[in-house]
Design a protein around this ligand. Structure first.
Ligand SMILES: Cc1cc2nc3c(=O)[nH]c(=O)nc-3n(C[C@H](O)[C@H](O)[C@H](O)COP(=O)(O)OP(=O)(O)OC[C@H]3O[C@@H](n4cnc5c(N)ncnc54)[C@H](O)[C@@H]3O)c2cc1C
Length: 305
């Protein structure tokens, strides 16, 4: 391993000042699960590491302004096990649960995962369908980046070198919506996905047509992919299995995977269609389940009165 300076700021202001001072010679380190491997492989050689581990105030998971605030330093395991996330954003808890092993999830952080921008990661497709926004902060101020504009290329993001991800904001889920995330793992349970798909379906009030649809995929391109043209095939359409199949077929045409040891490009493309269809079907099942549960709660409330 190359030698480097190691700084341990205690506040965000201090971390921002350190990053500003050392410029592109420095890198922040959070869980270290990706960065340490990249340093060992000499893919990156920072002269200075700025640890975020002691920075206070950027690891909470809390309700905020009509949504959920995930601190940049919250670990994957904290998102997975948070009672609040499980109850209100079960898609997120389920997605983070699929990342690697408990050991990795105990270290890897929300901000570190996003900044790393490996297109095979699990959280990005789910955060995309939930309309997440990333808060990036530096000595010059703070800005919000919609997640759809965050990933720019293979391991590349729109984050500036001096910026730190302090928060990911996830809006409240729409009423009458159901969501699902599926990870296709033909090798081992702790591997990265061969293909992953996340979907959110929202019904109109009559529950007969789709008012909105969101679909995103992982591991099938240089970045996670939002399948907007596939979504457009569902919006305003009657709730029918045929519509889900057509949207999945369109999503398949929008991906551009590479062949690797997890499968050939042609196989991944085929699986993208299969897993989008299954994710859409599961999102619909989850919505119907939610509706049934809510009706039965209302009935029992009325009986008690
Ligand atoms: C064996 C193994 C298997 C894995 N399997 C999966 C998997 O199946 N699915 C999956 O989704 N993930 C998986 N991961 C995790 C994932 O790939 C990353 O390692 C992890 O999300 C990085 O988080 P971290 O906090 O450790 O980041 P770090 O390693 O600390 O940092 C990663 C990068 O982000 C930057 N960074 C860190 N925090 C911030 C911040 N707050 N603001 C700005 N930049 C920041 C660093 O400078 C660095 O460039 C796996 C990891 C390992 C080691």
């Amino acid at each position: 391993m190359i030698s480097f300076e190691y700084l341990t700021p205690k506040s965000l202001k201090e971390a921002q000042a350190d990053l500003n001072k050392h410029g592109t010679d420095a890198k922040v380190i959070a869980g270290g699960t990706a960065l340490v491997i990249m340093m060992k492989q000499r893919l990156v050689r920072p002269a200075c590491l700025i640890s975020l581990r002691s920075v206070r105030g950027i690891n909470e998971i809390a309700l905020k302004d009509g949504g959920l605030r995930l601190g940049g330093l919250a670990t994957h395991r904290e998102v997975e096990t948070s009672v609040l996330v499980r109850r209100r954003w079960p898609l997120l808890a389920e997605t983070y649960r699929h990342v690697a092993t408990v050991r990795v999830r105990n270290m890897a952080t929300v901000g570190g995962g996003l900044a790393h921008a490996d297109p095979n990661q699990d959280p990005p497709p789910s955060l995309m369908v939930l309309g997440a926004r990333i808060k990036a902060s530096s000595v010059s101020g703070t800005r919000e980046i919609p997640i759809d504009e965050f990933f720019t290329d293979y391991y590349e993001t729109s984050l500036r070198p001096e910026e730190i991800i302090t928060e990911v904001f996830v809006p409240n889920p729409a009423a009458n919506s159901g969501a699902a995330f599926l990870k296709f793992l033909p090798r081992s349970a702790d591997d990265y996905a061969t293909v992953s798909a996340a979907a959110v379906l929202t019904m109109d009030r009559s529950k007969k047509t789709f008012a909105d649809a969101r679909i995103a995929l992982g591991s099938v391109g240089t970045t996670p992919i939002r399948a907007r043209e596939a979504e457009a095939l569902l919006v305003g359409q009657p709730v029918k299995a045929e519509a889900l199949r057509e949207a999945a077929e369109k999503a398949k045409q929008l991906v551009d995977p590479v062949s690797d040891f997890r499968g050939s490009a042609a196989y991944k493309k085929e699986m993208a269609g299969v897993f989008v269809r299954r994710a859409l079907e599961k999102a619909l099942d989850n919505l119907e389940e939610k509706t049934r549960a809510s009706k039965s709660r209302q009935t029992s409330k009325r009986r008690k009165k």
